[in-house]
Ligand binder design. Structure first.
Ligand SMILES: [Zn+2]
Length: 252
């Protein structure tokens, strides 16, 4: 069984085809989806979707790309929703070094880390050109449940900084691009207990599908690519990834 540990099933790209998509995923043995929320405005959609599809698990968070519009009230609402719903994690949160507003991004990242800690939840972390900003904040927050560094790309040393804090790394379509030499080299060496699979659909299309809407179905292709990079058998990899999911998120 496969899990797409990071896909935005609530996005409008899937509005016209969501039922069929989930059916097609089931045929491919993709039977679980972790769905991160990105803005307070969209949280109700994520919760609604995860009520409709029992194999879709919600996370709620304020994503750094939309942080300019975020308010303290959103953080209050986040805590209220955590108390009322069974969330898999707080996310998608993070710091994106390629856009401005780093100060507010960091402020809201840290505040959401504290909320996750208070409620004993893991976090789903977005990074881009920001390992140097994220690692120190995660160290300070010292989350008991850890979390996942979504769409990880970087060196083994950068990966290790997260793994040492008990974090998993979300491995996605990046490894299908031959030019991602550094990340592929890192993924080859990662400890088995640190790997999760994801697509980030509808974003981050795989190599050969640039410009297209990405789909959670592609988690199988990411897995195949992972198998070609790693030395373990596909069975062992699949088993380890399932264990990692069970360990990180509250799963049945
Ligand atoms: Zn995402």
């Amino acid at each position: 069984m496969f899990t797409d540990s990071h896909c935005h099933l609530d996005f409008i790209e899937f509005d016209a085809c969501r039922d069929e998509l989930i059916q097609r995923c089931a045929i491919l043995n993709i039977n679980r989806f972790i769905v991160p929320g990105i803005t307070a405005k969209r949280w109700p959609r994520v919760l609604e979707l995860c009520q409709k599809y029992s194999n879709a698990l919600p996370c709620l968070g304020l994503h750094p790309w939309w942080i300019a519009k975020a308010t303290e009230n959103d953080l209050i609402l986040l805590e209220q929703l955590i108390n009322r719903h069974d969330l898999a994690a707080v996310g998608e949160i993070g710091i994106d070094g390629a856009i401005d507003n780093i100060e507010k991004q960091t402020d809201y990242f840290v505040k959401q880390l504290h909320i996750a800690k208070k409620h004993s939840l893991p976090v789903v972390v977005h990074h881009r050109k920001s390992h140097h900003l994220i690692v120190p904040e995660l160290k300070k927050a010292s989350l008991e449940k850890g979390g996942v560094i979504h769409a990880f790309s970087g060196s083994y040393q950068q990966a290790k900084a997260y793994i040492d804090m008990g974090f998993k790394l979300g491995i996605g379509g990046t490894i299908t691009y031959p030019r991602a030499i550094k990340t592929i080299k890192t993924v080859k060496k990662l400890p088995l207990d640190s790997i999760l699979l994801e697509t980030d659909a509808p974003a981050m299309p795989l190599e050969g599908f640039q410009g297209e809407v990405n789909s959670p179905e592609k988690v199988v292709d990411v897995f195949q690519q992972l198998c070609s990079i790693r030395e373990e058998s596909p069975e062992l990899l699949q088993q380890a990834i399932e264990q990692n999911l069970q360990q990180l998120f509250k799963l049945d």
